[in-house]
Design a binder for this molecule. Structure first.
Ligand code: GAL
Length: 803
């Protein structure tokens, strides 16, 4: 079969130029004209000409000086300096005190002559801000929400072959905010260029469901949209083939149909999968649907869809996955991270998910907006159940378009178990809100009847029929006044979930309140927002009330913005179970003790209290053992039975030395933890999550930096500044330290440690070879780490070419 290349989808992230600030007036005026200007070659001067008419040979020369080369994903807001002055254009505290504004991107590219006649589309996974896209001077579209994926057909306005080069200009206005957290600004998700034949499978054109699943077999229903953008009326064959997780053929079906110009034909086909491998967090088995279109025996399109076979049911008594009662152990998360803002390379997304999964999570709530598609693809593969969330309560055409885009884009992901319509909108509990919510529910159920709808509420559950408009009612902090328990009794058919629980507010490695620097102690509950409870309380509430289905802790990671309870100089939230860099806070170990079976024990605080000799120190222990013995400097301080799903407390007069906690289970040693008084900082330790990177210009290593004493123990109060250098073809993408009040740049080459740690993100270039990262700090022994960059068997951690 020829023409296997009927469809291609290439990452379009490299070689963009970025200019901070608006497009100069001259250009803006011309750009306002739509159409008719592509070949307006008589214009001889001005910025606009530079943008619209450069050709490949002169591209670099033509780039004005204040444009710099960037590769996507890119967030320019994180590159700025923190400002506590709304008049200087900074966002308020809830957005993290960083100036936003306007930025412009441009990119040149050539399209071969033979592609004329094909359909060429440009896909944006997400651009934060109101974006306007011009191609060769033509306005091709605008998009309002930074959380929605969108695409434009460029086929008509491109230049092919010797017609010349093409130029894309994207203006992004990030001054308006959509949420109350750090949102960043720019083309912060991937961009793709897709080419297809005129007769092709539609965009997000397959919908795979599994209406009947038993151990013996699964019925797979496939709906495929085929679009005819050519002028011919063509009879085509649609062959749908299912391949199992091992890559073996399972079943195929073939049908014929005819498409005339501009037809969008939907075809339904049914296949059986015998003895299906069912998708679950423990066994995330993924099947592949290969959809092929042939005309007169010639293959003209091939499109793959990843799907899973599983059943879900939300009931009054909890959630069933494949018929098994399953407690949802989740966290809510925004999308930013240390060093990169919202522009996360795929590997950073994977790293965050790995950390959550290691902690024992089986679920993820994408708060409060749809995530990037790469996150969902990873959740499918890693076995993490997802609440996919619409940005807001809105049944206007724009609101419904955003909701529709989320569902059409995401409905094949087995990881998604709920569609969340909104979060804590002001109209909750009103009749107007109920009408809007119902419209959203109806649209959602129409596009995907296989998953329930959810509203994540914090008020008005029982007024205005609001809660009746969705399938599952979300209780954000429902434990307050026991609203959830009372409602469960009062509303006989209500299905509930703990959609947001426990805004646990702690700072990593801090054990005393510090209002000047804006730190909250790591003993859970010392600071507690009035609307919330501790993680420990939230989990215990679920254990006694399993009808709550699951809990989604607010949040897995600290995020920029919402610095609660403090404002400036604090620029981050403290809600994370892990900090901005993914370093665990103490509460992480509580969760690990109740969400995993891994033998574990954890002691807090550290044992470096030289100025508190003889004073009682409050010591907490988390463990999944039965009994705990604590000893200081070899002397036992007694054995306590472990409190189930709780923690133990000792008050111990401080003396330097070593605290040892031993957990016993069934009379045997189950786990041991030692916390010693360390010496002074002596050297730097560098530990990379991976030392072999793909030399693809995008892969990253996350290097955890620790300040250690002579014996290699992390000094828990160390704040030494480390300067980093990198040799080889790669870049230091960003740095962070998890200090919620640090105003150091995440884009610098230096960072202070915060309570012993900081993080460097190193990005590979395209050259095969070695990268050497060194950390230098006055008075400390220098450390280097070598990363090798090349080809990795099986490709990148996250090959997205089929998304
Ligand atoms: C919730 C809200 C979240 C975050 C959190 C802080 O009510 O849904 O977005 O603001 O409170 O505790």
């Amino acid at each position: 079969m020829k023409n296997l290349q009927g469809r291609s989808k290439e990452r379009f992230d490299a070689n963009w130029y970025f200019h901070q600030g608006d497009i100069p007036v001259k250009y803006a005026v011309k750009a306002g004209m739509t159409g008719g200007i592509t070949d307006c070659g008589k214009q001889e001067e001005g910025e606009w000409l530079n943008i619209a008419y450069v050709d490949a040979e002169t591209a670099d020369a033509a780039v004005p000086k204040d444009w710099r080369k960037v590769s996507l994903p890119h967030d320019w807001v994180v590159e700025g300096s923190f400002v506590n002055d709304p008049n200087l254009g900074s966002r308020p505290g809830s957005h993290g005190y960083l100036p936003t504004g306007i930025g412009v991107y441009r990119k040149m590219f050539n399209v071969p002559f033979e592609d004329e006649g094909k359909r060429i589309t440009l896909h944006f996974d997400g651009v934060m801000g109101v974006s306007t896209v011009w191609v060769n001077g033509h306005l091709v579209g605008t998009n309002a929400s930074g959380y929605t994926s969108f695409y434009y057909d460029l086929s008509d306005v491109l230049r092919y072959g010797d017609e010349g080069s093409n130029i894309i200009v994207v203006k992004v206005d990030a001054s308006r905010c959509e949420g109350w957290w750090y949102e960043g600004g720019g083309i912060y998700r991937h961009v793709w260029l897709q080419t297809t034949n005129p007769l092709h499978i539609g965009h997000w054109g397959t919908y795979v469901t599994t209406p009947l699943v038993t151990e013996a077999s699964a019925q797979v229903a496939i709906r495929t949209v085929v679009q005819q953008e050519g002028e011919e009326t063509q009879t085509y064959q649609l062959i749908s083939t299912i391949v199992d997780p091992e890559g073996q053929f399972v079943a195929a079906v073939s049908d014929y149909a005819t498409a005339a110009i501009l037809d969008e034909c939907e075809m339904e086909q049914i296949l059986e999968v015998p003895m299906p491998q069912r998708w679950s967090p423990d066994s995330p088995a993924l099947y592949t649907l290969i959809s092929e279109i042939l005309v007169e025996g010639e293959l003209i399109d091939r499109y793959t869809t990843t799907f899973g076979i599983r059943s879900i049911a939300f009931t009054r008594n909890g959630f069933l996955l494949n018929g098994e009662p399953t407690v949802l152990k989740g966290t809510c998360n925004h999308q930013d991270f240390a060093g990169v803002g919202v522009a996360l390379p795929d590997r950073v997304i994977a790293y965050r998910l790995e950390l959550l999964k290691e902690m024992g999570c089986n679920a993820y709530r994408s708060a409060h907006h749809p995530p990037t598609p790469e996150l969902l693809e990873l959740c499918d593969r890693m076995g993490i159940m997802v609440i996919d969330e619409n940005r807001k309560l809105d049944s206007s055409p724009g609101g419904i378009a955003d909701l529709t885009s989320m569902i059409l884009r995401d409905r094949n992901h087995p990881s998604i178990i709920l569609w969340c319509m909104e979060n804590e909108e002001i109209l909750e509990g009103t009749r107007m809100g109920a009408r809007i919510l119902r419209t959203q529910h109806n649209v959602t159920r129409h596009l995907d009847p296989t998953r329930p709808t959810l509203a994540a509420m914090n008020h008005g559950w029982n007024t205005g029929t609001y809660s009746e408009q969705v399938d599952v009612v979300g209780y954000n902090y429902g434990q307050r006044h026991q609203q959830d328990i009372r409602d469960h009794r009062a509303y006989a058919s209500r299905i509930m979930i703990g959609s947001e629980s426990a805004s646990s507010t702690t700072t990593r490695g801090i054990y005393e309140t510090d209002t000047d620097r804006g730190y909250c102690p790591a003993y859970e509950g010392v600071y507690m927002p009035s609307w919330s409870c501790t993680v420990e309380q939230a989990w215990n509430e679920l254990l006694t009330n399993p009808f709550l289905t699951g809990i989604f802790l607010w949040t897995g990671f600290d995020y920029r913005g919402e610095p609660t309870p403090y404002r400036w100089p604090c620029i981050n939230s403290h809600f994370g179970i892990m900090d901005m860099c993914g370093f665990p806070k103490d509460v992480y170990y509580y969760i690990k003790s109740v969400w995993t079976d891994e033998p574990m024990i954890h002691i807090l605080p550290h044992w470096n209290w030289t100025d508190r000799q003889g004073e009682p120190i409050e010591v907490w222990v988390y463990s999944n053992g039965d009994e705990i013995e604590l000893a200081l400097n070899g002397r036992s301080l007694g054995i306590q039975p472990m409190i189930k799903a709780g923690h133990l407390v000792w008050h111990i007069p401080y003396m330097p030395g070593e605290l040892v906690a031993t957990a016993y289970k069934a009379g045997r040693v189950h786990a041991v933890k030692r916390v010693g008084t360390t010496g002074a900082p002596a050297r730097i330790s560098l530990e990379a999550d991976r030392t072999e990177l793909l030399a693809d210009g995008t892969d990253v290593a996350l290097v955890r930096v620790s300040i250690v004493d002579e014996e290699g123990r992390v000094v828990p109060t160390a704040d030494n500044e480390v300067v980093f250098t990198l040799e080889g073809d790669g870049v230091i993408l960003g740095v962070g330290n998890g200090n919620p009040s640090s105003h150091e740049s995440d884009k610098g080459r230096r960072r202070r440690a915060f309570n012993g740690h900081c993080l460097v993100i190193v990005q590979a270039g395209v050259t095969h070879g070695e990268l050497t990262l060194s950390g230098v700090s006055p008075g400390l022994q220098t450390e280097s780490i070598t990363l090798s960059c090349g080809h990795i068997e099986g490709g990148n951690s996250n090959d997205q070419s089929q998304l």
